[in-house]
Design a binder for this molecule. Structure first.
Ligand code: PLP
Length: 465
């Protein structure tokens, strides 16, 4: 393909994109295909000779699109959102076109310098203290793994990477029972082990970690000869939005000199609204590492996860490696690949820059405030509906409910709602029972989109009774 053809197809795809987004509300939210249906339509062997782009795009429409779930649909209420706003998509087009690999300052100085600036814009937007620096990662899972590795290295006097982990007493990491599975996986991969991830029960309206139990667990582990390495707190857990009392967590962690990481992958975006900081983020500035995903609620196209660091040195001491082929001339250059696990890195800062400049913080705040308000309104409607019960109150824009019935009934209802296609929901668990999650966060959702959900839920349930 030559570059004139590239331009022709690019324009066609841009037009297709606008049409796709304008007609999204007419489509079922979750793909309505059965397993294997898409693969069955694709040849099992690759072509020996090149095909025409027109034919490839036609197949994209006919074969691929029916098997897509529409994450940008205004009635996407499942999981957490993965908002891709138009300005961030435009930035991604440019990034894809220039196609730089931004591992070192030298391999694209603008990418590194814009990353520093946009991370600091986000720090200010979230109200974090001056002094935090940070890095853009692909996902919260990677940021959390980086933090867990840092906990491990710090607790072993930075000898784990060098000597391995044999002959080291059990290292312990602490968190609540409500954390995301990425914390478990980080502990597996870091060689800490599931058995050494100590999960503490929660209490109170925000389902916050019981800090008395946390302190007791650390003291007991010390007495048993284990090595406490760090505490992972959460703001906005995936199941029910559980949020720890950060100040209390910090007091315990500091007493035992433990490294602290905060997973605010979803809820961090809401902290651009100052009114949410007092209930959720008291004490946040004391955390060593904080991750939040602008690719979830804020509108920066996936993937885009920001890890703030109060002091980057422990993470650099853990991850930095400098073979000769990666050395560059120049003093004290920032090479962000030294802050993370993968070497190669995309130019992710551009979409943050486009997003923040195009909307401005006030517009982004308005959307998040609307989502929180509409979730509360819908929660009240469901509370008043006969046969339904609220199982967890809204935390920001996430609440859970149950239909009166068994766990099987909850799953039947979720599956039937998603087969209906007008809205998309997923289930979670609370105190060992299945609950149905409802989160509002899609960038273009309206109050009508949210409020019509109660009718859909009631109508679908009627067909199952
Ligand atoms: N933490 C929380 C609270 C989440 O909800 C999620 C994903 O939804 C993650 C971490 C993992 O995020 P990522 O997909 O960026 O690794």
């Amino acid at each position: 393909m030559n570059w004139d053809e590239y331009a022709k197809w690019s324009k066609q795809i841009a037009d297709w994109g606008a049409q796709y987004h304008k007609t999204l509300p007419e489509r079922p939210v979750r793909a309505q295909t059965a397993q294997g249906e898409i693969a069955a339509q694709i040849p099992t062997s690759p072509p020996e000779t090149g095909e025409d782009m027109a034919a490839i795009l036609q197949d994209f429409d006919d074969v691929i699109m029916p098997g897509m779930t529409h994450w940008q649909h205004p009635r996407f209420f499942a999981y957490f959102p993965a908002n891709a706003t138009p300005p961030s998509m435009l930035a991604e087009q440019l990034v894809n076109t220039v196609a730089a690999q931004c591992m070192l300052w030298q391999t694209s100085p603008a990418a590194t310098e814009l990353e520093g600036v946009t991370v600091d814009w986000l720090r200010q937007a979230l109200g974090l203290a001056e002094g935090f620096t940070g890095v853009i990662q692909d996902s919260a899972s990677s940021a959390t793994l980086s933090a867990v590795l840092t906990m491990r290295e710090r607790a072993t006097g930075y000898t784990g990477n060098k000597d391995g982990l044999s002959n080291k007493a059990h290292m312990r990491i602490y968190c609540s029972t409500e954390v995301h599975s990425s914390i478990d996986r980080a502990c597996w991969v870091a060689g800490i082990g599931q058995a050494n991830l100590v999960k503490i029960p929660t209490q109170g309206g925000h389902h916050s970690i019981d800090t008395k139990a946390l302190a007791a667990a650390i003291a007991a582990d010390l007495a048993a000869g284990h090595i406490p390495a760090g505490v992972i707190a959460i703001t906005g857990g995936t199941g029910i939005g559980a949020s720890d009392d950060l100040q209390s967590v910090l007091e315990v962690a500091q007493k035992y000199d433990l490294y602290t990481h905060l997973d605010a992958a979803w809820a961090g975006s809401a902290m651009i609204c100052p009114e949410f900081r007092a209930p959720f983020w008291r004490g946040v500035d004391g955390f060593d590492s904080i991750v939040f995903n602008p690719h979830k609620w804020l509108g920066a196209q996936f993937d885009c996860s920001v890890q703030f660091l109060r002091d980057a040195t422990p993470q650099l001491n853990t991850l930095k490696i400098q073979p000769e082929y990666l050395r560059t001339t120049g003093d004290a250059l920032t090479n962000y690949s030294e802050w993370t696990i993968p070497l190669g890195r995309r130019f992710r800062a551009l979409k943050i820059w486009f997003l923040m400049r195009s909307y401005g913080l006030e517009e982004l705040r308005t959307r998040i405030r609307n989502h929180v308000r509409w979730a509360q309104e819908l929660c009240e409607t469901l509370r008043s509906m006969e046969g339904f019960a609220i199982t967890s109150e809204p935390i920001l824009s996430l609440f859970t409910f149950r239909v009166i019935g068994s766990d099987t009934d909850q799953q039947l209802l979720v599956d039937a709602i998603n087969d209906d296609g007008r809205i998309y929901l997923t289930q979670g668990a609370l105190l060992g029972r299945k609950v149905i999650r409802f989160q509002v966060g899609q960038f273009d959702t309206t109050r009508d989109d949210v409020m019509m959900s109660s009718d859909v839920i009631r109508q679908v349930w009627e067909t199952l009774k």
